[in-house]
Design a protein around this ligand. Sequence first.
Ligand code: NI
Length: 405
Amino acid sequence: MVSTFPHASTVSLKNVRLEIRALQPQLVEWRRQIHQKPELGFQEKITAEFISQKLQNWGIEHQTGIAKTGIVAIIKGTKPGNGKVLAIRADMDALPIQEENEVTYCSQYDGVMHACGHDGHTAIALGTAYYLHQHRQDFRGTVKIIFQPAEEGPGGAEPMIAAGVLNNPDVDAIIGLHLWNNLPLGTVGVRAGALMAAVELFRCTIFGKGGHGAIPHQTVDSVVVAAQIVTALQTIVSRNVNPIDSAVVTVGELHAGTTVNVIADTARMGGTVRYFNPDLANFFKERIQQIIAGICQSHGAKYDLDYIHLYPPVINDAEIAALVRSVAEDVIETPIGIVPECQTMGGEDMSFFLEKVPGCYFFLGSANPEKKLDYPHHHPRFDFDETALPMGVEIFVRCTEKFFE
Ligand code: NI
């Protein structure tokens, strides 16, 4: 029999949505306030104070000064039942970029800008904290909201974990989102397994023997050695990595020499490595070192290699990804909806949390070309459609309620 009355749970879901959409003006206001005072990693003092003040006004228990500027808020559901713990993570740092947008809420600081949307992440996390605190009678379990510094580098996730944010009470699962201008507003990119790549960096100096440009036999030409290394490094992905695995080796820096008729004594190069498969964690460092050592040896050059494993790949847990996906399917009402094959070779230190506890990181589409809000992340004109803010809150809130069910 078809009822003419909506199902009870549909009514309550609609109420959740209406109530969260009503938060839109506040979400926009918070986001813009944070946007005007962008701060670089581990310097998020004004941002942290802003967050702490709001949490305090709302009566939400929280701890400040974790890993310098990080904050953890704790919201305990009052519905009787199991005591699971869900963490929601937001990053809050800006980038060393001069903003070129001409908007009323433009960055007030020279050379610093929220050009990645972390101002939006912070506003979404605040909105989520506010809503869940107001509705703590609707869920059982504990929510930890983690406001993390320095995602853009050198990385705030690791020191926050070291400071114990995943313990006491122990976190069972973690979720987080990135506003994403590579996807249109009204879409969510979510998948099980690898979502974002590992980030590794290397810097190498080649020591040859300089001399006259016309008398090469008396020298060890660091330019020739460096050129061979750059070319040979490209064979790692094409010849050594299983073609089923995706990977990138990019040499982004190469410096040598001072003038046209002098053979350069030293050459410096640097690059980045990206991959999804965690089994490759030590592979690239080893292979790069072998190639550099072999080529240098064959030319009589010496080298110095500095290799940094910055972030591991972002790997989503299948179960939590399915939960986020099912919620997002309800929240997102556009026909494009869910984009399951959304992956990027960009990196994120959310990966450190996901190495410790199962969880899901996902992309919330935020581009709107009609409003010219479709510049890429890290661009001086980056901005996003703020209509995405309540969508983010609704996904977090409903994931929370569903997780504790
Ligand atoms: Ni970002």
